[in-house]
Every structure is written in structure tokens, then in C-alpha cells.
Write a protein that binds this ligand. Structure first.
Ligand code: NAD
Ligand code: WQD
Length: 328
């Protein structure tokens, strides 16, 4: 039997795109998800095990039954605001859940893992573009859980020879080009789904959090990366580990920063109508500008982003239209 890749959080937004990309690259995949924040339809006909990452017995059995050689670990909570209200919920699921997953993986002889880290581990970067040598300085409980797991992973390599790549994603956005999967606005509070919801449903205008930042148009700058580009980075990371790559952390971004108003302009150009919005006060803790230095991802993984803001907005818009037509 050929070995498989276990994708935790495989029914989620980035996980479901990565499940597809891995299968398109010819890999056998088993998705593993509690379905707390996602729908099983997102994995299509990929085998899906419904369970919690903290369930040692189920993870170990799944790894053995599917001859798992590597894990891509997405399963986590990701709402920064909620993490500041309920830190225990985030430390339990994102950190303790991951430690339990790792112990089950080691028990099942799995020694390679790709982990969903986040650009938020840098906090507000002193210099942009931000590279991996800049200090890790989390500014939220959520970001702290990612920084903690990166450190846990370094010790699991030291003690158990479990090699890992922590991918520090910038702002994931967009949907699949065939509009089959995308980011559900029922769950997401991020700029692009919220702006498209305002445009398509008209029930809530978008609040732009501040236009008095020291940027060219006064709004915050971020590195929006297409979810299919992110998925491709995971395939590259899995290959790198299979080739003997060492434990490390790598940024995954485009290297291009876009302001909030540029994003709204791109959405309006695709939709042909305005995004209803108004400027409100700054949101606490928002870094002024952050975007990725892409040197390491190109050199180490041989990966670079193929898409820009145009494709992100086009695919996201088309997917949300399809969702409305389906009545969801
Ligand atoms: P998502 O919420 O769509 O997917 C997470 C999935 O994990 C969901 O399907 C959920 O049901 C599942 N899950 C959560 N806890 C679980 C548990 N204990 N056991 C099993 N399944 C569980 O989120 P996403 O946007 O796809 O993000 C995936 C990962 O990437 C997360 O770790 C997130 O922190 C990280 N990340 C996301 C972004 C982004 O911009 N979306 C940026 C940086 C990092
Ligand atoms: C983008 C820009 C807002 C909503 C988050 C996480 C980060 C990482 C990526 C997981 C900002 C502005 C937003 C709105 C707005 N995720 N905005 N009105 O905060 O850059 O990053 O996703 O690891 O950890 O924090 O993303 O989409 O919330 O915001 O004006 O209703 O849009 O101020 O400048 P963020 P976002």
C-alpha cells in the first residue's frame, strides 16, 4: 500500500484546498476533522475521519490504518478576538490538542509534519517586508498558541526526531477556481468575505477600521495570498520533508502589500458596484503594515505565489455568488 498524508482540519477553508492539491499531486490523503467549523462536503470523495485531534487512540489508529507517513496540521481555532476573551479555549485546542496529536503521531511512527503557523507570530513587525529572522513577538493569545506550537515542534524534533515545517501564512483569501470550495462568511470575519457580503446582501455595511494610518491612503496594508497558492506551498513543504529537510519555519506570502481601500477597489471592479462601507475607529491591535519577505520560501521550498489580488477577489466573488444561488 502507498503511504498517505493525514490532513487535520481537512474540511476547513485552507485544509480543503490543500486536500485537493495533494490529491492532484498524486498523493493518497485522509482528512481528519471534528466538523465543528466546517462541512463534510468540502472534502468531496476523500476519506474523512470525524474526530478530535486530542483523541490519541483515534489519531494513532487512523495513522496505522491508512499507513500515514506525514501530517499536515490545520485543525485549530483562529479567531483573534475570541482568543482574547477565552484564552483557555485557545490554549486547550491549539496547544494541548496539538501536543496530544503529536504524541499519537509519534506512537504511530509518523515523523514528518507541516504546521499551520501565522504571520501574527511577529506581532507588529519592526521592518517590512518581514523575514523569518525577525523576532517572534505575539500580540494575542491566538498568535501565542502558534508561537508555542512552533517551540513544541522544535523539542519534538530534538527528542523524537519528528521533523516539521511551520508555515507562517499571511492573509489567506480567495476560493477555488471552479467555485466548489471557498471561505464561508458564516464563520469568517476577515476583510474580503465581509466586504463581499456587504456588497451582495446589503444587510450590513463594511466598517473600515481607520483611515489615518501612516500608509499611502491611510488604511492598513496586508499581504493577501490566494488559498490555492497556500495549498501548493503545503505540497512543496511535504516534498521538502520527504527529501530530508530539517525542522524550520517559513513565511508564506506574496511579498506584495495591499491596503484596505485597494482591496475594496478590486472588489468593486469585479462586481461592477460599490461596497457599502464607512470609516470607523481603528481596531485595537491592528499592525499598520505587514507583508512577507519571500526569499526563504523560494530558496528552501522552491515555491512562489502564482496569483495576486485580482484572482483572489475574482474567485472569492464568484464563489459567494454561487453560494447565494445555492441558497446558503
Ligand atoms: P478553518 O476554521 O476553516 O479550519 C479549521 C478546521 O479545523 C475546521 O474544519 C474545524 O472544524 C477543524 N478543527 C478545529 N479544532 C479541531 C479539533 N480539535 N479536532 C479536529 N478538527 C478541528 O480555518 P482555516 O482558515 O482553514 O485555517 C486553518 C489553519 O490555518 C488554522 O490553524 C489557522 O490558525 C491557520 N491560519 C489561518 C490563516 C487564515 O488567514 N485563514 C492565516 C494563518 C494561519
Ligand atoms: C485585514 C485588514 C483590518 C475587517 C488575520 C489574523 C492573522 C492571520 C490573518 C491567522 C485589516 C481591515 C477587516 C473589517 C476592516 N490569521 N478590516 N474591516 O487582522 O490582518 O489578519 O488573518 O493566523 O493572525 O489576525 O485580517 O481580514 O481581519 O483584516 O477594515 O470588517 O482589513 O483592519 O487592516 P488580519 P483581517
Amino acid at each position: 500500500m502507498t503511504s498517505s498524508i493525514l490532513v487535520t482540519g481537512g474540511a476547513g477553508y485552507i485544509g480543503s484546498h490543500t486536500v485537493r492539491a495533494l490529491r492532484e499531486a498524486g498523493r493518497r490523503v485522509v482528512a481528519y476533522d471534528s466538523l465543528e467549523l466546517s462541512e463534510p462536503s468540502a472534502v468531496g470523495d476523500t476519506p474523512l475521519v470525524v474526530g478530535d485531534i486530542a483523541d490519541h487512540e483515534l489519531v494513532e489508529r487512523t495513522c496505522r490504518e491508512h499507513d500515514v507517513s506525514a501530517i499536515v496540521h490545520f485543525a485549530a481555532y483562529k479567531n483573534v478576538g475570541e482568543s482574547m476573551l477565552s484564552p483557555g479555549k485557545y490554549f486547550r485546542n491549539n496547544v494541548d490538542g496539538t501536543v496530544r496529536l503529536l504524541d499519537a503521531a509519534v506512537a504511530a511512527d509518523v515523523r514528518q509534519i507541516v504546521f499551520s503557523s501565522s504571520c501574527s507570530v511577529y506581532g507588529t513587525p519592526a521592518v517590512v517586508p518581514v523575514d523569518e529572522a525577525q523576532p517572534v513577538h505575539p500580540e494575542s493569545v491566538y498568535a501565542e498558541t502558534k508561537a508555542m506550537v512552533e517551540r513544541v515542534l522544535r523539542w519534538y524534533d530534538e527528542v523524537h526526531d519528528l521533523r516539521s515545517i511551520s508555515l507562517r501564512y499571511f492573509n489567506a483569501a480567495g476560493a477555488s477556481f471552479d467555485s466548489a470550495i471557498g471561505e464561508d462568511w458564516t464563520y469568517a470575519l476577515n476583510l474580503i468575505p465581509v466586504a463581499i457580503r456587504a456588497l451582495l446582501t446589503g444587510d450590513q455595511e463594511l466598517q473600515v477600521f481607520g483611515d489615518d494610518f501612516p500608509t499611502p491612503d491611510g488604511t492598513c496594508v496586508r499581504d493577501y495570498i490566494h488559498v490555492d497558492d497556500l495549498a501548493a506551498a503545503h505540497v512543496a513543504a511535504i516534498d521538502h520533508l520527504a527529501d530530508g529537510g530539517d525542522t524550520t519555519a517559513v513565511n508564506v506570502g506574496t511579498g506584495v502589500g495591499s491596503s484596505v481601500l485597494e482591496v475594496l477597489g478590486a472588489i468593486e471592479a469585479v462586481a461592477g458596484k460599490p461596497v457599502p462601507h464607512r470609516i470607523v475607529a481603528r481596531r485595537a491591535g491592528d499592525p499598520v503594515a505587514t507583508f512577507s519577505d519571500t526569499t526563504r520560501s523560494r530558496q528552501l521550498l522552491g515555491w512562489r505565489a502564482q496569483y495576486g489580488l485580482q484572482e483572489i477577489v475574482e474567485t472569492a466573488y464568484r464563489w459567494h455568488l454561487t453560494q447565494l444561488e445555492r441558497g446558503s
